[in-house]
Design a protein around this ligand. Structure first.
Ligand SMILES: [Zn+2]
Length: 132
């Protein structure tokens, strides 16, 4: 039997992000009401203007691959049957960069500049996961 995926810790800063993904399969980001910056990862103040006035907004779930790696030796046994894991830096359509997994039948099709979108399997993956 394959062990369950490791789960991210939930705290006051990231709860909206984790729950939106876990329960609705949606990616939410923060937008600074002070300067308008879109922010990822979740935090308590804007990294640009230090305003604590942040709003949660739903992202499109679309992005473009900036860089990627194929992980052949995962750090948790739940991934052993799924190697190679495609781990990518993704430029989200809203601006922020995000490190996330990409699910693809053929890892050789992944390349810089490739458009990706969120997977639609709500509840399957512990963090936002993309596909081609
Ligand atoms: Zn700001």
């Amino acid at each position: 039997m394959t062990p369950a995926y490791p789960q991210p810790g939930v705290d006051l800063d990231n709860a909206r992000f984790i729950i939106a993904w876990r329960e609705r399969g949606r990616l939410v980001l923060q937008r600074c009401r002070g300067c308008g910056a879109m922010i990822f990862y979740p935090r308590t103040m804007c990294p640009g203007c230090w305003s604590p006035d942040l709003a949660w907004v739903e992202a499109s779930g679309r992005g473009v691959v900036v860089s990627y790696a194929l992980v052949h030796r995962p750090n948790h046994e739940s991934f052993n049957g799924e190697v190679p894991i495609i781990l990518a830096e993704i430029a989200l359509a809203e601006g922020p960069m995000m490190i996330a997994r990409i699910i693809a039948n053929n890892p050789a099709t992944i390349r810089t500049g490739l458009s990706v979108k969120l997977v639609s399997d709500v509840g399957r993956y512990p963090l936002p996961t993309f596909t081609t």
